[in-house]
Design a protein around this ligand. Structure first.
Ligand SMILES: O=C(O)CCC(=O)C(=O)O
Length: 433
């Protein structure tokens, strides 16, 4: 990529294995990790030999603050207490989670449900996504940007074929911020709404967060790192006003996911101290922020050799996360697209942290049973990518005309870029106002 300054980076191994105390804690965690892997065969602990893959910035550019949270509004002891108070009483009647699953979500900060959503609900989401791919392919084709609409290719490969002809086409789809009907159906599904009630509270107003994503993770050879999301905490994309508010994410694959096609990795227990680590922007040729393994270890007291869990979630399954859990996705080394959704809920009376750009949508009222459907209204049509671009990118229309033609702007800019040190510039940061 033109103008790129990024170097690929390999996770440094610790010299000498650390102090006796560290080695003791490490071996306890290793035993814990082995027990966990045995309990849940869809989780594998990452090998300590596993190099850091993907596209990153050089660590010498990273302005870390080892041992210190980035939080300015609350002290570390207060944060630890706040996170402990996130735990809701278990309510078996409110949703499908068992008491053990409910406890695991709060203890470990994540939970894999390998089989949750009915096949017809996932199929409806896929239909909607196929409609979006078709619309994009037709638009690019009629503008002369691609030679064929590739209508003969399937859900797993069509967008990759488009992207082979039109670089970064998948970014255009990732940016399309209007909530399609099939995704509305997943988000408002009784099982997920039941889980939201079990984890956020069964008698509170529950809202859907404006930051939801369709991830079209095309093969690494095409996306060149743009679809590989590096280590981060979701909080770091938002304003500090929401950093101590529990936001529940459901990461929902639309295909079977594994370490080869770029599944997720999480850092078990990384939420317990309640803090947000320092991040920096922007990784490689992307709009993503990143924090480093060293920063996570020194601030959140995790061990990146034993606490990293690779989450191979099949289609129909769901990975639940809180907003403090460090996570990333692996590069997609397969020939197909790793499709997924990430959807978020929180209590409606708490700030969403999206810088006033878009409000949350009320999905369930306290004191009333969930009706089985959400009154999405105009909210579903309000494109948050456009709202964030209007606030944070300079003359994005003009830029697009110069670079790609009037409607094919493959850059993304947003408020997170101004929250953290900008240690690497690329075509996305060039559009920042
Ligand atoms: O789907 C991915 O590759 C990354 C998802 C992610 O980082 C998130 O949901 O916050």
């Amino acid at each position: 990529m033109e103008g790129e300054k990024t170097k690929a980076l390999v996770l440094p191994r610790r010299a000498g294995g650390g102090t006796r105390a560290t080695m003791f804690v490490t071996s306890i965690l290793a035993v814990h990790a082995q027990a966990q892997s045995a309990r849940d065969d869809s989780c594998d602990s990452a090998s300590p030999e596993d190099p850091r893959r993907g596209v990153f910035f050089a660590t010498d550019a990273f302005p870390g603050t080892p041992g210190q949270f980035a939080n300015r509004q609350s002290s570390p002891p207060a944060l630890e207490e706040i996170v402990a108070r996130w735990r809701t009483p278990y309510d078996a009647a409110a949703g499908p989670l068992t008491a053990e699953q409910h406890a695991q979500f709060f203890d470990e900060g994540f939970l894999i449900l390998p089989s949750l959503l009915p096949a017809d609900v996932v199929a409806a989401a896929i239909d909607s996504v196929e409609g979006l791919v078709d619309g994009l392919a037709r638009k690019l084709h009629s503008a002369g940007a691609i030679s064929s609409t590739h209508a003969d290719a399937d859900f797993h490969t069509r967008l990759a074929r488009v992207e082979r002809e039109y670089p970064h086409a998948s970014v255009l789809l990732h940016k399309s911020g209007v909530l399609p009907e099939g995704i509305q159906r997943v988000w408002g599904h009784n099982l997920l709404m039941g889980i939201a009630q079990q984890l956020l509270g069964s008698d509170v107003d529950i809202a859907g967060h404006p930051v939801w994503n369709l991830r079209c993770k095309t093969p690494e050879v095409l996306s060149a790192g743009q679809a590989t999301v590096p280590w981060h905490q979701d909080n770091a994309y938002l304003d500090e006003e929401s950093w101590d508010v529990l936001q529940l994410t459901a990461w929902i694959p639309l295909v079977d996911t594994n370490a080869t096609n770029g599944c997720m990795q999480v850092v078990r227990g990384g939420h317990r101290r309640g803090g947000t680590a320092t991040h920096a922007c922007c990784v490689g040729n992307t709009w993503y922020i990143e924090t480093t393994p060293e920063e996570l270890e020194s601030t959140l007291m995790v061990d990146m050799r034993t606490d990293v869990v690779t989450c191979a979630v099949p289609r129909g399954g769901v990975l639940l996360l809180n907003n403090l859990i460090p996570h990333r996705s692996l590069p997609n080394q397969s020939p197909g697209i790793r499709w997924s959704l990430d959807l978020r809920w929180q209590r409606a009376d708490q700030p969403n942290g999206f810088d006033g750009l878009k409000a949350s949508v009320l999905m369930k009222k306290a004191g009333e049973p969930y009706s089985g459907s959400v009154a999405w209204g105009d909210w579903a049509q309000q494109d948050r990518t456009q709202l964030q671009a209007a606030a944070h990118a300079k003359a994005s229309e003009e830029q697009a005309e110069k670079v790609d033609g009037p409607t094919f702007d493959t850059t993304i800019a947003g408020p997170w870029m101004k929250k953290w040190p900008l240690v690497h510039s690329n075509r996305h940061t060039a559009t920042l106002a």
